[in-house]
Design a protein around this ligand. Structure first.
Ligand code: DGJ
Length: 748
C-alpha cells in the first residue's frame, strides 16, 4: 500500500517511488500539511513547524491558552474562510442563517486500494497502475457539513492526485461561494512561480517570477480555461534549472473558470490553492447533496524541470487521454481551413483530397463552413445539417472519396455555440446563455448554448450523431470560439444563477462523454480558437488539441515550448501552413516549418494544389521522416535544450527513445548574424557508453556566399553518448532566413 496511517503519531504517509507526502492531525483535529517532496524515510516532518505566537493570528477556542496554535500560521491541507485563517482559503460558504464561518476538523479516514473516480468530471484513470486512495473526512459540526479530501497515489508514476467532495448533511441549504480542489502549504522560501500566460494565437508563454509577499492569482474568468492563463503552474526553487532543483507541478484538470492562488504569508511560507474560479460562482448545496470539485494532478521532481515535465507527459499520455489512442498511430492530416477558409465546394474538396493523397497525407479534415447557411462566420452555428449547395453529395461523397484514396476523413464541429442567424436560434432562443434584460456581449457574432440544460445536450448529441452516422467519419475537430459573457440561464431560479458556468462545463463534459461512448474510435481533436481550452480536462476525451491558431513556425517555438512544461507533444496539434504565414506574414522555409510541426501531431494546413513541385517533394520526405520518427517523437523523452530567458538566437530541443538507442535533435535559428558564434549544444539522456552516428538529417540552411563560407574541420563518423552529453554537438554555421536543422542520431 502506498498510503499508511500512523495511528499513534496521527500521520498519513503517502509514498511513491521517489516522493513522499505527509499529513498530520494535531491535538485539536486540525488537518495539517506537513510535507511533500523527496522521501524522508517516514520521518515525522512536523518537527519543522514551530508553534510561534504571532500577534493578530487568533487561536481555536480549545487551544486559546496555547497561542502558537493558529489556523492562520499552521500549514493546512484544506483551509476555510471565517475561522481565523487569513491567507487565501480553499472553501467559502454561506449558511442558511447567513453565517460565513466554516471550521473543519478531522472526523475519519479511509484507505482503499485502487484509484477513486469522479462522477461528472474528468479524472486520472487507473489503467494498469498500482494506485491507492486515501479519503480524509473533515467536518464542521455546527454546519453539519462534511468535506472529504481524496488523494490518488500513483506509486510507480510519482503522481498524487487531489480532489474534494463537499457534502451537506444538514437539513438546510448551504451556499458555496468558493470550492477549491486543494490547498497546500510549503515552508520553503526563495521559490519561483512559473506560469503560462498568453492571448489568442500566442498561447502559453513562459513567465517565471519570484514569489513575494503577495497573492499571485493565475486564472480565467472566460468560462474556458483560456488562451490567457493555463491551469498549470510550477513552483520551484529559485535556482532550479532543467536538471537541478525542487519543482512542484499543480495541474487542474478543468476546462472552465479556474484559479491558482499562490501566497507568501507573514512568516514567509508559501500557500497554493487551486480549483474552480470563485468569480461569478456560487453553488447551492441542498440537504444530502454533494459537490464534486475538479481533480488536481500534483507532481514533484527533485531533479529539475525536465523530470517534472516527464512525469506529466507520461501520466497524461497513459492515464488521462483515452486509452484507444495511446499507442495508435495518429494520422498525418491535412486540414482545409487556411487553404480555403469558407470558400469551397465539393469539386474543390475532391481536388484537394487528390493532391493531399499524392503527398502521402493520411487524413483529410473538412473544417468550418460545411453546414447550414455558413458562408462566413456570422451564421449557421447550431444547424448541423449539410449545406447541399456546397456539398450536393453530402459528407458521404467527400468522405468516400478520401477513403478511396487511402485517406481517413475528419469533420469540424463547434457544438457549444449558436448564431442568432440560425434555424436553431429561431426555434429555440431560450437555449442561449444570456441575460434577457440587456443586449448580449457578442464574440465572433455568436452566442453560447446553455449546456446546463439537458435538452440542449440531447439536441446536440442527436444532430451530431446523425452526421456521424451519415458517412465514414473517423475524426472530429471540436472547436469553441468565444469567451462566455452574461452568465445567465433562463432555466434556473435566481439563487442558482451562480452555477451557470460550472453547469456549462458539466454539460460539455457530458456531451463529450456521450459521443465518446457511442463512437469510441472517433479521434476527437480539441480546439478553441487554437489553444484556448488546452487543459487536462479536455484531454480526458480528446488525445490531441490544436495548439494555437498561430501556425507560424517561429511563433510556435515559444508556444510549443511553453506547452511542453506540462503537456506531451502527443497532444499538441501542429501543422505546416503556407508561407508567408497568414497570421503574421512571416516567410519561413518549408523545412523549418516541418521541423517545428513535427514536434506535435503533425499535419498540413494549406491548399496542396498551390504547392510547387519542389515543395511537394520536400513534403513527401517530411511525411516519410515523420512516420519513421513517429514513435521516437510521440513516446520518447522530450528535452528542452535551450533556456529562452538566456538564449535569444536559437531554440533547440531533443527527443530520446526509451531505450536511448536513438535521438532526434532539432534546432531553429530565430536570429542569424554575420560571422556568428558557433552553436554547441550539450545533448541529454543518451547512453553514455553508446556509440552514435548521424543517420539522417534535413536542413533549411541556404548555401553561404563564398566569402562567408567555412572550411569544415570534418565531422566525426561516430560520437560516444558521453561526448555528446559532456562536450556537446557543434552545428555547422547556419545561414539564411530562419534556418532549421533536424539530425537523427542512432546507436551503432
Ligand atoms: C478556430 C480554429 O482554431 C481554426 O483552426 C478553425 O477551425 C476556425 N476556428 C474555423 O472557424
Amino acid at each position: 500500500m502506498s498510503v499508511r496511517f500512523d495511528d499513534k503519531a496521527k500521520i498519513f504517509f503517502l509514498k511513491t517511488d521517489n516522493t513522499e507526502y505527509q499529513i498530520k492531525i494535531n491535538e485539536y483535529g486540525m488537518v495539517l500539511h506537513t510535507y511533500y517532496g523527496a522521501e524522508t524515510g517516514e520521518t515525522d516532518m512536523s518537527y519543522l513547524i514551530k508553534e510561534v505566537d504571532r500577534g493578530f493570528s487568533g487561536n481555536p477556542y480549545e487551544g486559546r491558552k496555547k497561542r502558537g496554535i493558529s489556523a492562520d500560521t499552521l500549514p493546512s491541507e484544506y483551509s476555510t474562510d471565517g475561522a481565523g485563517d487569513y491567507r487565501v482559503n480553499a472553501l467559502g460558504i454561506v449558511a442558511a442563517d447567513g453565517s460565513r464561518t466554516c471550521d473543519l476538523r478531522f472526523k475519519d479516514y479511509n484507505i482503499k486500494s485502487g484509484k477513486y473516480k469522479l462522477e461528472d468530471l474528468p479524472y486520472v484513470r487507473e489503467e494498469n497502475d498500482k494506485s491507492d486512495t486515501l479519503e480524509i473526512v473533515l467536518e464542521d459540526k455546527t454546519l453539519e457539513l462534511e468535506v472529504v479530501l481524496r488523494y490518488g497515489v500513483f506509486e510507480k508514476k510519482d503522481i498524487i492526485t487531489r480532489q474534494t467532495l463537499i457534502i451537506n448533511k444538514s437539513d438546510n441549504c448551504i451556499t458555496l461561494n468558493k470550492a477549491s480542489s486543494m490547498c497546500m502549504d510549503m515552508i520553503d522560501k526563495n521559490m519561483d512561480l512559473i506560469h503560462f500566460h498568453g492571448r489568442h494565437a500566442m498561447e502559453r508563454q513562459t513567465e517565471r517570477i519570484k514569489i513575494t509577499h503577495d497573492i499571485h492569482t493565475i486564472g480565467s474568468k472566460r468560462g474556458a480555461s483560456s488562451h490567457h492563463n493555463n491551469p498549470f503552474v510550477i513552483i520551484c526553487d529559485h535556482n532550479a534549472t532543467e536538471d537541478f532543483g525542487n519543482c512542484y507541478g499543480i495541474m487542474l484538470m478543468y476546462s472552465g473558470n479556474h484559479m491558482q492562488e499562490v501566497e507568501m504569508d507573514q512568516a514567509g511560507s508559501i500557500r497554493i490553492v487551486s480549483g474552480i474560479g470563485s468569480s461569478l460562482f456560487n453553488w447551492k448545496l441542498g440537504k444530502s447533496e454533494t459537490f464534486e470539485t475538479p481533480e488536481v494532478i500534483l507532481a514533484y521532481s527533485g531533479k529539475g524541470l525536465n523530470e517534472l515535465s516527464f512525469l506529466y507527459h507520461r501520466i497524461i499520455r497513459e492515464n488521462v487521454c483515452p486509452k484507444q489512442f495511446r499507442d495508435m498511430k495518429r494520422p498525418v492530416l491535412i486540414n482545409n481551413w487556411e487553404g480555403t477558409y469558407f470558400d469551397f465546394d465539393e469539386k474543390k474538396i475532391i481536388e484537394i483530397e487528390d493532391s493531399a493523397a499524392e503527398l502521402g497525407c493520411e487524413m483529410f479534415v473538412l473544417d468550418d463552413g460545411w453546414f447550414g447557411e455558413r458562408n462566413d462566420d456570422n451564421a449557421g452555428l447550431g444547424d448541423w445539417k449539410v449545406n447541399t449547395d456546397k456539398l450536393p453529395g453530402g459528407i458521404k461523397t467527400i468522405a468516400d472519396h478520401a477513403n478511396s484514396l487511402g485517406m481517413k476523413f475528419g469533420l469540424w464541429f463547434e457544438p457549444e455555440m449558436i448564431n442568432e442567424d440560425s434555424d436553431l436560434y429561431r426555434n429555440h432562443p431560450e437555449w442561449v446563455i444570456t441575460d434577457n434584460n440587456r443586449n448580449p456581449v457578442m464574440g465572433r457574432n455568436q452566442l453560447l448554448l446553455d449546456m446546463g440544460k439537458p435538452e440542449v445536450v440531447d439536441y446536440l448529441f442527436d444532430s451530431i450523431s446523425e452526421i456521424l452516422d451519415s458517412a465514414n467519419i473517423e475524426y472530429i475537430k471540436w472547436d469553441f470560439n468565444r469567451s462566455i459573457a452574461n452568465p445567465y440561464s433562463g432555466g434556473l431560479e435566481a439563487e442558482y444563477e451562480g452555477e451557470v458556468l460550472h453547469r456549462f462545463m458539466l454539460g460539455t463534459y457530458k456531451l463529450m462523454d456521450k459521443i465518446r461512448s457511442k463512437y469510441p474510435d472517433i479521434l476527437i481533436e480539441g480546439c478553441s480558437g487554437g489553444g484556448g481550452r488546452f487543459d487536462a480536462g479536455i484531454m480526458f476525451y480528446s488525445p490531441q488539441i490544436w495548439c494555437s491558431d498561430n501556425s507560424d513556425a517561429i511563433d510556435r517555438l515559444s508556444i510549443q515550448k511553453g506547452t511542453s512544461y506540462g503537456y506531451p507533444v502527443s497532444v499538441m496539434g501542429s501543422h505546416v501552413s503556407a508561407s508567408p504565414n497568414h497570421q503574421n506574414g512571416r516567410v519561413v522555409p518549408i523545412i523549418t516549418r516541418g521541423i517545428v510541426a513535427m514536434s506535435g501531431t503533425f499535419g498540413y494546413e494549406l491548399d496542396p494544389r498551390k504547392l510547387s513541385i519542389e515543395e511537394k517533394e520536400i513534403i513527401k520526405k517530411q511525411i516519410t521522416d515523420f512516420n519513421k520518427y513517429y514513435k521516437l517523437i510521440q513516446k520518447g523523452r522530450y528535452y528542452r535544450l535551450t533556456n529562452e530567458f538566456e538564449e535569444k538566437n536559437y531554440v533547440c530541443w531533443q527527443f530520446v527513445s526509451e531505450d536511448k538507442s536513438e535521438c532526434l535533435v532539432n534546432i531553429v535559428l530565430t536570429n542569424v548574424h554575420a560571422n556568428a558564434e558557433i552553436i554547441t549544444v550539450k545533448l541529454k539522456g543518451l547512453n553514455k557508453n553508446g556509440c552514435y552516428i548521424i543517420d539522417n538529417s534535413s536542413s533549411s540552411c541556404n548555401d553561404m556566399p563564398l566569402e562567408a563560407s567555412f572550411e569544415s574541420s570534418g565531422n566525426c563518423i561516430s560520437y560516444s553518448g558521453s561526448a555528446l552529453m559532456n562536450g556537446g554537438y557543434s552545428f555547422d554555421p547556419m545561414y539564411g532566413v530562419y534556418p532549421g536543422m533536424q539530425i537523427h542520431f542512432k546507436m551503432r
